[in-house]
Design a protein around this ligand. Structure first.
Ligand code: NAD
Ligand code: LMR
Length: 328
């Protein structure tokens, strides 16, 4: 039995994400939890003739939804409106994510937990702190989904240089907001970066870092990225399941994790930067994180981006940590 729970399943991301996951034979039970309309979305999806069973769980049934889950994906919470930062969502989403993490503690303490709700830089530390408080924390099993930054990077790079296939993976490190999103474009083939002027490189980097704002502005008050996020979320979830259940090796995605997931690989980075969390390329294995790949040698341009990212990341992490450690 592989039970995957989507928390926030009736939302803008939750619905298409559930649809994409319904297509996978790796999942035997898709449990849809939301405070509104979970039953309706579940009834609809349950008619699709793929292998998984679909169940819907409303407001009062969080424990039932999470019971014995293998994997929990969390896109629950409010999205941005124009003029807002992701950090502005903390006030509402921090409590939502904390309560869901408490539900995981009660019902499926060994589950893999995949966090989409913003601000990811802070919500992942919130989940980890709740788990630490209850003595069930395993850093190899908690992930912040930053895949959308990779998806956007690949797409935008291919638009700048059509020789680069849009499926080419770009390593994006740091976090998931503005300056904390650091694409390592110098690693791309065909002398990609050298073919760009400084202005072109600045413009591309800015577009990747603020891709979310592009969508928020275009939706004009109706929310943020949902469809591209569902695509990115499904890609990440299925890659993890492919490794954990399917035993596939060599699957790598960039993801925002607690660096204790691979203490040996990250010890010197942690000491140098003081950061406990960072998005980096991670190879999946049966335990979740199999290893965190070493940070590649970066260009001087990318080092400046990293230096700009560290202080904001540190502040975001400490805000998430204190939300749990300083509450009664
Ligand atoms: P949405 O408002 O369309 O959907 C959110 C859903 O969560 C709603 O159906 C709502 O009922 C539900 N919900 C609210 N509180 C809940 C609770 N306590 N338990 C269960 N469900 C609850 O929003 P959306 O567009 O789907 O975005 C969801 C979140 O994902 C936002 O925080 C957004 O910023 C974030 N997001 C992250 C990324 C990323 O790259 N990680 C990308 C896009 C959006
Ligand atoms: C994104 O990158 O699209 C998401 O984090 C949503 C947002 O608020 O921009």
């Amino acid at each position: 039995m592989v039970k995957v729970v989507i928390c926030g399943a009736a939302g803008g991301i939750g619905q298409p994400l559930s649809l994409l996951l319904k297509q996978s034979d790796l999942i035997s039970h898709l449990a849809l939890y939301d405070v509104v309309n979970a039953a309706g979305v579940a009834a609809d999806l349950s008619h699709i003739n793929t292998k998984s069973k679909v169940t819907g769980h409303g407001k009062e049934s969080m424990d039932e939804a999470l019971k014995n889950a293998h994997t929990v994906v969390i896109p629950a919470g409010v999205p941005r409106k124009p003029g807002m930062t992701r950090d502005d969502l903390f006030k509402i989403n921090a409590g939502i994510v904390r309560d869901l993490a408490e539900g995981v503690v009660r019902n499926c303490p060994n589950a893999f937990v995949l966090v989409i709700s913003n601000p990811v830089n802070s919500t992942v530390p919130i989940v980890c702190e709740v788990f630490k408080k209850h003595g069930i924390f395993n850093p190899k099993r908690v992930f912040g989904i930053s895949t959308l930054d990779v998806v956007r990077s690949s797409r935008f790079v291919s638009e700048v240089n059509p020789k680069i296939d849009p499926a080419t993976r770009v390593t994006v490190v740091g976090g998931h907001s503005g300056v904390t999103i650091v694409p390592l474009l110098s690693k791309l083939p065909h002398g990609f970066v050298d073919s760009l002027s400084k202005e072109q490189l600045d413009a591309l980097t800015h577009r990747i870092q603020y891709g979310g704002d592009e969508v928020v502005k275009a939706k004009d008050g109706a929310g943020s990225a949902t469809l591209s996020m569902a695509y990115a979320g499904a890609r990440f979830t299925l890659a993890l399941l492919d490794a954990v259940i399917g035993g596939k090796q060599g699957l790598i995605e960039s993801t925002y994790v607690n660096l204790d997931a691979d203490p040996q690989a990250t010890a010197s980075f942690k000491e140098k930067t003081g950061l406990e969390y960072f998005a980096q390329d991670v190879e999946f294995g049966p335990e979740g994180v199999s290893r965190i790949l070493p940070l590649p040698t970066v260009s001087a341009y990318e080092q400046t981006l990293l230096d700009n990212a560290f202080p904001e990341l540190k502040a975001n992490i400490s805000k998430g940590v204190s939300f749990i450690t300083e509450s009664a």
